[in-house]
Design a protein around this ligand. Structure first.
Ligand code: SDX
Length: 443
């Protein structure tokens, strides 16, 4: 339905469609703008002009604080109630009753797999865990102390050169094959990055192991003929992958959609998403939490650290969230998971500092007023560290879980008829036209 500009008194509905009435006080003109799913189309504002030369009204929303970039059916978050659901299933239910590969299937197909579907899905992903031998040469080119997330971002992009047919993004078979390959290979690339950083030989995938078990084998296998993963640690890692699998339009999902909207191959788009995740305000926060706990050192230093944060000298990493203005439901699950892991690995002494930090922060008006609660990153790093993952591998672990979410968001964007190449507008506040001053005359 076309929006209408009229002088008629504002009406609530037109043809049973809810509308919002806007009066432009510059011209006295009134506009009825249709409301769809609690939003108005920004393009419907373009008719609001002061004269025929006027480009028309736009919205201005830096960092998209209040802008829906898409319609999605994948993940639902209620930030005030601390609710997170993948395709309608609560994160608690999924973490409790499913494996990561089941959840990855759910994100991509919309329903949990039946037995036969899960078997086929698992086989297809398992047979794509190997990477081309040349990837090793590529990895060997990195400095010995290269950050593994930097290595992952690069090798994800490099995969696009091994699979040129992935460019055929409108071919469902090609998309499905790339989805198998990316979910299958991201743990291998992650483990290879780690092995390179410690100067250990790469460990090939063991396709008899489960997804999380195989990753642990490629990470930690030494000279034993077959790696025997601890079932409790493998289960905990599988749950952590589930908790990190998707989170609607977060920064890296937005990157996946935005870069993917140019119709580049999904390997290159996932490299862009991984690059966004690398940032300390996003997926890099789980490592920053550990650096922060190391900096604080002991519980008696916490009050001084909190004072510094409140004086604007830094952030309480692992706290706060754009959407959650309540406790991140994933943080609650991770906190419970920590107890199970520490049963096996021994308690991470930094947990005491983290718990005291949380206790103080949740009582402090600065954090309460800003609705800052622990997010997914606050406790996850403590588990990873107890499982002997180095801190700079933490964002890489986040990326392994999030790959299925990125691919689900990418595919939904591609199949959405309302979507096209992402190209935002701007508010230009720069110079008007001016002449070039010759070099000799420039001050
Ligand atoms: C993830 O989007 C997602 O879904 C992300 C994610 C996912 O699954 O994909 O959930 C994963 O990225 C979790 C977030 C991990 N990042 C961190 O833990 C880094 C620390 N947190 C902050 O940087 C911050 O809370 C963000 C980035 C997470 C959210 O930032 P917003 O929504 O832009 O909020 P803001 O920066 O505008 O903060 C509002 C106020 C400010 O104070 P005032 O200017 O009003 O005085 O709260 C303050 C901020 O200074 N604030 C913090 C704080 N976070 C916000 N103050 C101290 N410590 C913090 N952690």
């Amino acid at each position: 339905m076309e929006p209408t500009a009229s002088a008629a008194p504002a009406t609530k509905e037109i043809n049973n469609i809810e509308t919002i009435s806007i009066t432009d006080n510059r011209t006295g003109k009134q506009y009825e703008i249709p409301i769809d799913n609690g939003t108005i189309k920004a393009l419907d504002l373009r008719q609001i002009k002061v004269n025929s030369d006027d480009f028309g009204m736009m919205t201005y929303d830096p960092a998209f604080m209040n802008t829906a970039s898409c319609k999605s059916r994948i993940t639902f978050i209620d930030g005030d109630k601390g609710i997170l659901r993948y395709r309608g299933h609560s994160i608690d239910d999924l973490a409790e009753r499913c494996t990561y590969l089941e959840v990855a299937y759910l994100l991509l197909h919309g329903e949990l797999p039946n037995k036969a579907q899960l078997e086929e899905w698992t086989n297809n992903i398992t047979t794509h865990t190997f990477v081309h031998e040349n990837i090793k040469k590529f990895m060997d080119g990195f400095h010995y102390d290269a950050n593994p997330m930097g290595m992952l971002v690069s090798t994800l992009a490099a995969l696009s050169t091994f699979y040129p047919s992935a460019k055929h993004i409108n071919d469902p078979k090609e998309r499905q094959l790339t989805i198998y390959r990316l979910i299958g290979k991201v743990p291998t690339l992650a483990a290879f990055a780690y092995r390179h950083s410690i100067g250990m030989p790469y460990v090939h995938p063991d396709n008899e192991l489960s997804y999380a078990e195989n990753f642990l084998s490629m990470m930690f296998k030494v000279a034993e003929p077959k790696y025997k993963p601890n079932p409790i640690l493998a289960k905990a890692l599988d749950v952590l992958f589930i908790l990190h699998a998707d989170h609607e339009q977060n920064c890296s999902a937005n990157a996946m959609r935005g870069v993917g909207s140019s119709h580049v191959d999904p390997y290159s788009a996932s490299a862009a998403a991984a690059a966004a995740l690398y940032g300390p305000l996003h997926g890099g926060a789980n490592a920053e939490v550990l650096y922060m706990l190391d900096l604080i050192g002991t519980k008696d230093k916490i009050p001084e650290f909190i004072r510094d944060v409140k004086d604007g000298k830094g952030k309480l990493m692992g706290f706060g969230h754009r959407i959650y203005k309540n406790y991140d439901p994933r943080a609650k699950i991770i906190k419970r998971l920590a107890d199970q892991v520490f049963e096996v690995t021994g308690r991470n002494p930094k947990l005491d500092i983290a718990l005291e930090l949380e206790r103080i922060a949740l009582e402090d008006d600065y954090f309460i007023k800003r609705k800052l609660y622990p997010n997914v990153d606050f406790y996850s790093g403590l588990i990873y560290q107890a499982m002997k993952f180095p801190v700079d591998m933490f964002p890489v672990l986040f990326a392994i879980g999030r790959m299925s979410g990125w691919l689900a968001q990418w595919q939904e964007m591609l199949l959405d008829q309302e979507q096209k190449i992402a190209r935002p507008r701007q508010v230009y506040l720069g110079h008007d036209q001016r002449e070039v001053v010759s070099l000799s005359k420039r001050s």
